[in-house]
Design a protein around this ligand. Structure first.
Ligand SMILES: *[C@@H]1O[C@H](CO)[C@@H](O)[C@H](O)[C@H]1NC(C)=O
Ligand SMILES: *[C@@H]1O[C@H](CO)[C@@H](O)[C@H](O)[C@H]1NC(C)=O
Ligand SMILES: *[C@@H]1O[C@H](CO)[C@@H](O)[C@H](O)[C@H]1NC(C)=O
Ligand SMILES: *[C@@H]1O[C@H](CO)[C@@H](O)[C@H](O)[C@H]1NC(C)=O
Ligand SMILES: *[C@@H]1O[C@H](CO)[C@@H](O)[C@H](O)[C@H]1NC(C)=O
Ligand SMILES: *[C@@H]1O[C@H](CO)[C@@H](O)[C@H](O)[C@H]1NC(C)=O
Length: 667
C-alpha cells in the first residue's frame, strides 16, 4: 500500500516536474564580415535559452559564481537541427556545422526558479545558402493557460548567406525579452517586444509563430501556437511588435511565440519574402488583483526604457537600475533579468525609502560586437513584478556624447555674456546626431541666480523649436525669456542627441550646472559704472560632487576677441589689462558639505560695454550680430571637418551605413 502510494507520488512528481522545464528563447545569426561576397562565410549564430532551475541537479544550477567563471555550461544538451532549406544535409547538422543548446549562464532568479544563458560561436557556411534551424524537444510547463494541448516546444530560425540586393550579407534582427513577465489577469495589457536590426534600412515585422505555411516550412511553435488568449482581443501590431491582450486564468502561464522578420524593401514585404526569421518565445504569468495597494513597482532609471547606448569593447560599462515602490510596506526582494554574457550584478540596495537599486557591470568583448539587449524587472515582496525595462547596448559604436565647451566656437553657443534678446542656442556633438525617437527627452534652461529654477524646457522628441542638423542641435526660443544681469545654465536628459547607427545610441544625461553657462548683459548696471574700473567678478557655481571642471570663458562665443590670457584667480582679483575678457580655471573656495566648487569667471557688464567701444570689440560685436543666423552653418562646417578627422571610420562605409540608416531616422 505504502509502496503503491510512493509510486503514485513518484509518477506524479515525474509527470509534474520532468516535462516542465523550458521557458523559451531565441536564435539569431550574423556574418562576421558582411562585405564578403565569395567563399565560406563565418556566421556567428547566437542562441539564448531559459530553463526551470530545479529541474537540473544542484551542480548544474546557475549561481553568481558560475556566471563569473562562465563554467560549467547550463541547460539541455540537444542538437539545434537543420529543418528545411538547401544547407540541410551538407552545411548544417549532417556533414556541416553542429550546435547544441548548452550555454554560458547569464541570469538566474531563485524566487521564479529560472535560469538563462546564451551561447554563440562561428559556423562556416558556404555563400548563397538559406536554411532554417530548429531546437525542438519537450516540455513547456504543464500549467499553460492556452495553446494546442501538446507541451512540446519548437523554436525555429532562418539563417541566410544569400547576398542582399545591396551586395552585402544579411544580419538577422534581434529581439530580447524576460523569460517570464507577470501581468494581472482580467485587465487589457499592452506589451511591446523590443526588436532591432543592424541593417538599418530593413523593414521589420513581427508576427505570431505558426504551425505551418511559413517561410521556415516548419512548425514554429508546437505547444504554444496561439498561446496568448483572448481571441479577438489579442492583437499584434507587426510594425512595432506591440500586442494587446487579456489574461484570463490566475496563476497560469501563457506561452508567447513570435517570429521577427526583416524585409529588404516594401516589394519584399508585399511578396512576404523575408531575408531571415528570428524566433522569440517567452511566458506571461497571470496573477489576480492582489487587493490593497496593487500598484506594481516601476523601473524609473537611470536610463529610460528602450534606450540604446553605444559602448566600445573593453569599456567598463556600469548601469544603475533604479526602482520605485509605490505601496508603503512593500520592498524589492529580487530582479529577473536577461543580460548578455559577462554582465555581473550587485546586491540590491535601498538608498532611500521606496527606492531600490542594483548595478550591472560589464566589460563587452570584441566578439559581442553589435546589439546586445538587457531586460530587467523588479519583483516585490508580494511577488508582483515591475514593468519590463529593456535597453540595447550597441557594442562597437560610441554614443554621441555631448562635447564639453572646450573649443572656441566648437560647442555650446553662446556662452559668456549675451544680449537679453538672444533666442538661438546651439550645441555640437561628436557624432552625427538626430532627434531622439522617444518623447520626454528634455533640454532645460535654468536660472542659476534663482537656485536653478526652470526657465523653459523643450522636449527634443517632438518640439519644432529644437532642430537637428548633422553635428549640431539648435534651439530657437520663440520669445527670449531672459532677465538682465542674471546667470542661466542648460541641462539635458539622456538621449537629447541620438546617434544615427542602428537604434540611435543615446547621449549621456548632462546635469552639471557648469557645463553650459551664460549671463545676460545688463545695460542699466553698465551705464552706472562707466567710469570705474571694475574688477572681475567670479561666480561660484556648485557642481555635482564628481565634477571639478570649470568653464573657461576665454571660450566665449559672443564674438569678443580674446586679447588677454591673464587669468583671474579668485573673487576680488583685479585685472589691470585693458581688454577684459577673462580666463579662469581656478577652483574656488570650498563651501559647506562635500560638494566641489568650481569657479566661473565671467565678464562684468561693464567689461562688455568697454569691449564694445573698442574697434576690435565693435567689429566683433558686428560679426556676432551678423553671425547669429549663420552660426549654425559655420559651426556645422567646422564640426563636419572636426568629426571627419576625429572619426576613423572610412567615408565609404559611413556613406553606405548612413543610407541604410535612413529608415531608422524617420522614426
Ligand atoms: C571583409 O571582406 C572584404 C571582402 O572580401 C575584405 O576586403 C575585408 O578585408 C574583410 N574585412 C575583414 C575585417 O575581414
Ligand atoms: C504601434 O503601432 C500602432 C499602429 O500604428 C499604434 O497604434 C501604437 O500606438 C504603436 N505602439 C507603440 C508602443 O508605439
Ligand atoms: C568600473 O567602473 C566602476 C564605476 O565607475 C568602478 O567602481 C570599478 O572599479 C571599475 N572597474 C574597473 C576594473 O576599472
Ligand atoms: C538685440 O538687442 C541688441 C542690443 O539692444 C540690438 O542691437 C539688436 O538689434 C537686438 N536684436 C534683435 C534680433 O532684436
Ligand atoms: C510626442 O508628443 C507630441 C506632442 O505631445 C505628440 O504629438 C507625439 O505624437 C508624441 N510622440 C510619441 C512617439 O509619443
Ligand atoms: C532669475 O532669478 C532672478 C533672481 O531670483 C530673478 O530676479 C529673475 O527674474 C529670474 N529670471 C528668469 C528669467 O526666471
Amino acid at each position: 500500500m505504502v509502496g503503491t502510494f510512493s509510486l503514485i507520488l513518484f509518477i506524479l512528481q515525474v509527470s509534474f516536474v520532468h516535462p516542465s522545464h523550458f521557458y523559451g528563447g531565441t536564435i539569431t545569426a550574423r556574418p562576421y564580415n558582411n562585405s564578403q561576397t565569395t567563399g565560406t562565410i563565418q556566421m556567428i549564430v547566437r542562441e539564448r535559452w531559459s530553463w526551470r532551475t530545479t529541474y537540473y541537479p544542484v551542480a548544474s544550477r546557475c549561481t553568481s559564481a558560475i556566471i563569473a567563471a562562465q563554467t560549467p555550461m547550463i541547460g539541455d544538451s540537444s542538437p539545434v537541427a537543420c529543418i528545411s532549406g538547401a544547407a540541410c544535409g551538407s552545411h548544417w547538422s549532417t556533414g556541416g556545422a553542429t550546435m547544441n543548446t548548452r550555454t554560458w549562464c547569464t541570469d538566474f532568479n531563485t524566487a521564479l526558479n529560472t535560469m538563462s544563458g546564451e551561447y554563440y560561436a562561428y559556423f562556416p557556411i558556404p555563400i548563397n545558402a538559406a536554411f532554417s534551424v530548429r531546437f525542438s524537444s519537450n516540455a513547456w510547463l504543464n500549467a499553460l493557460g492556452a495553446g494546442t494541448g501538446t507541451l512540446s516546444w519548437s523554436v525555429v530560425s532562418r539563417i541566410s548567406t544569400i547576398l542582399r540586393p545591396d551586395g552585402y550579407l544579411n544580419t538577422s534582427p534581434v529581439a530580447v525579452s524576460l523569460p517570464i513577465i507577470y501581468k494581472q489577469t482580467n485587465i487589457l495589457h499592452t506589451h511591446v517586444v523590443q526588436m532591432s536590426d543592424f541593417d538599418g534600412t530593413d523593414i521589420l515585422k513581427c508576427r505570431w509563430s505558426t504551425s505551418s505555411g511559413n517561410v521556415n516550412s516548419a512548425d514554429e511553435c508546437m505547444g504554444i501556437c496561439n498561446g496568448v488568449p483572448g481571441g479577438v482581443t489579442a492583437t499584434l501590431t507587426g510594425t512595432n511588435c506591440t500586442m494587446s491582450f487579456t489574461l484570463t486564468t490566475d496563476y497560469w502561464y501563457y506561452g508567447v511565440a513570435l517570429q521577427i522578420e526583416d524585409f529588404y524593401d516594401n516589394a519584399a514585404l508585399l511578396t512576404n519574402s523575408p531575408m531571415s526569421s528570428v524566433p522569440i518565445q517567452f511566458l506571461f504569468y497571470g496573477y489576480p488583483n492582489p487587493g490593497g495597494c496593487s500598484t506594481p513597482p516601476a523601473i524609473v532609471g537611470d536610463r529610460p526604457n528602450r534606450a540604446c547606448i553605444g559602448v566600445m569593447p573593453g569599456d567598463n560599462v556600469t548601469l544603475r537600475v533604479v526602482v520605485e515602490v509605490y505601496c508603503t510596506g512593500k520592498s524589492i526582494v529580487d530582479f529577473i533579468s536577461t543580460v548578455p554574457r559577462g554582465v555581473t550584478k550587485s546586491g540590491i540596495s535601498n538608498p532611500t525609502t521606496g527606492q531600490y537599486e542594483i548595478t550591472l557591470s560589464w566589460f563587452p568583448l570584441a566578439d559581442q560586437y553589435g546589439p546586445q539587449g538587457i531586460c530587467m524587472a523588479a519583483i516585490d515582496n508580494t511577488n508582483i513584478q515591475s514593468n519590463q525595462w529593456c535597453i540595447t547596448y550597441l557594442v562597437g559604436f560610441q554614443s554621441p556624447d555631448v562635447i564639453r565647451p572646450t573649443l572656441v566656437q566648437g560647442s555650446a553657443s553662446p556662452i559668456g555674456t549675451i544680449f537679453q534678446n538672444h533666442t538661438v542656442f546651439s550645441i555640437q556633438t561628436s557624432k552625427y546626431v538626430n532627434r531622439p525617437t522617444r518623447n520626454q527627452t528634455i533640454i532645460y534652461f535654468r536660472n542659476a541666480s534663482n537656485g536653478g529654477s526652470l526657465v523653459q524646457q523643450f522636449d527634443c522628441g517632438w518640439d519644432p523649436a529644437v532642430t537637428y542638423t548633422g553635428y549640431t542641435i539648435v534651439i530657437r526660443f520663440p520669445v527670449a525669456p531672459w532677465t538682465p544681469g542674471h546667470f542661466f545654465y542648460v541641462t539635458m536628459d539622456s538621449g537629447v542627441a541620438s546617434g544615427t547607427e542602428f537604434c540611435g545610441p543615446e547621449s549621456a544625461p548632462m546635469y552639471d550646472p557648469t557645463f553650459w553657462v551664460f549671463n545676460i548683459w545688463n545695460p542699466a548696471v553698465s551705464s552706472t559704472t562707466t567710469t570705474t574700473t571694475t574688477p572681475f567678478t567670479t561666480v561660484t557655481v556648485t557642481t555635482k560632487p564628481t565634477s571639478t571642471t570649470s568653464i573657461n570663458t576665454l571660450l566665449t562665443t559672443t564674438g569678443i576677441v580674446i586679447t588677454t590670457t591673464i587669468p583671474a584667480t579668485t573673487t576680488g582679483t583685479t585685472s589691470t589689462t585693458a581688454v577684459t575678457t577673462v580666463a579662469s580655471t581656478s577652483v574656488g573656495p570650498t563651501m559647506s558639505g562635500s560638494t566641489t566648487e568650481s569657479t566661473v569667471a565671467v565678464m562684468y557688464p561693464k567689461d562688455f560695454e568697454d569691449v564694445c567701444q573698442q574697434t576690435v570689440g565693435i567689429m566683433s560685436a558686428v560679426i556676432m550680430l551678423l553671425m547669429m543666423p549663420i552660426q549654425t552653418i559655420t559651426m556645422y562646417a567646422t564640426f563636419t571637418k572636426y568629426a571627419a578627422t576625429f572619426n576613423p571610420i572610412n567615408i565609404k562605409a559611413k556613406t553606405r551605413h548612413q543610407l541604410r540608416m535612413k529608415r531608422i531616422l524617420k522614426h
